[in-house]
Design a protein around this ligand. Sequence first.
Ligand code: ZN
Length: 406
Amino acid sequence: MHTEPESKYNTWESNEDIQMFREYLRIPSVHPDVNYDECVEFLRRTAAHLDLPVAVLEIHPRKPIVIITWEGTEASLPSIVLNSHMDVVPVYADKWTYPPFSAHMDPEGRIYARGSQDMKCVGAQFLASIRALKNQGIRLKRTLHVLFVPDEEIGGTLGMKAFVGTEQFGKLNCGFAIDEAVASPDDTFMLFFGEKTRIVVNFIIPGTSGHGSLLLQETAGEKARKLIDRMMDYRNSQQERLDNDQELTVGDVTTVNLTMMSGGVQNNVIPPEFKISFDIRVAHDTSIDAFEAQLQKWCEESGGDIHIDYEQKDSLIELTKLDETNHFWMAFKAAVNEMGIAIRTHVCPGATDARFLRELGIPAVGFSPMNNTPTLLHDHDEFLHAETFLRGIEIYKKLITAVANA
Ligand code: ZN
């Protein structure tokens, strides 16, 4: 096994930014029922250390929104929001090599913790970048608001979604935002500029009921099978698109997954109804209306009388434009080019808090500076290498400076 010399390890261990990162990681802000008190206390202390004002908003009790502000020299200009969420997803602690809230650093410099990639790294790097810029005596034109929000991992309803509807959010006068992406296993960096549209649909399928020994016509089971076939055929068509085009990622196609099936009372009774649920994420090249009409048609072809109940149907949110109409992006891109790093731009396959900003027409990109790192968000043994973390601070310094001076 390759092990870094001890001197390197000691440098990482005594690094102020890495210490701050590991301290944040040790706070178990984990679902369900997160207690954010320790995060708020940690952020207040860190902001004080940076000599920056901090505001803590509780739109909903126990769901704090923390705003750390670095005022720009032209504070009347639209500001830059640097957003991260404080919560992390649950762990299967017995599957981890090191305790998931220990922030253990192994001899090679890998820091193990839930949240090390998703996304306490980003929040810590935003603050570390500001510290470095301030120490260099630099002042930026636009104001930076570093946001730390709750509950992203459970949909952000009482977090970012609630916050963007408040007067306080309006007062931030946000012009551009940076939020999260994911780690990239190769040399390139991943950047998200939009998200798909989520639809959760329940099909209520009625049918002829009776004794399990008969061959009754139009049973719920037969109808369900036909409908599932159509949904899965569509799923296959999307898989084929992915397989046949190297340029596409899962963010570019529609995903369809059967997530729940219920019904029946006893194994010799043909039930009068089955319910099946699908989680669908519609790609940007597909019209939502046309997709819904297709679902309706498949229901009719599967035997009729099938009721469609939309448990969730998000509205279409425009992608953030990555062209010359977006001067923040042009500044961002110029900084990327200057650093000589390679970025892959994609539609995010899942959902992040950035969608609430895009919904207001605010351009937002997801960018977590982690390359050559296995994608371990929500997985066991989530880790980030100390070197990757430190390089990320350098990258953010350049990007933040560019967009704040745009
Ligand atoms: Zn996240």
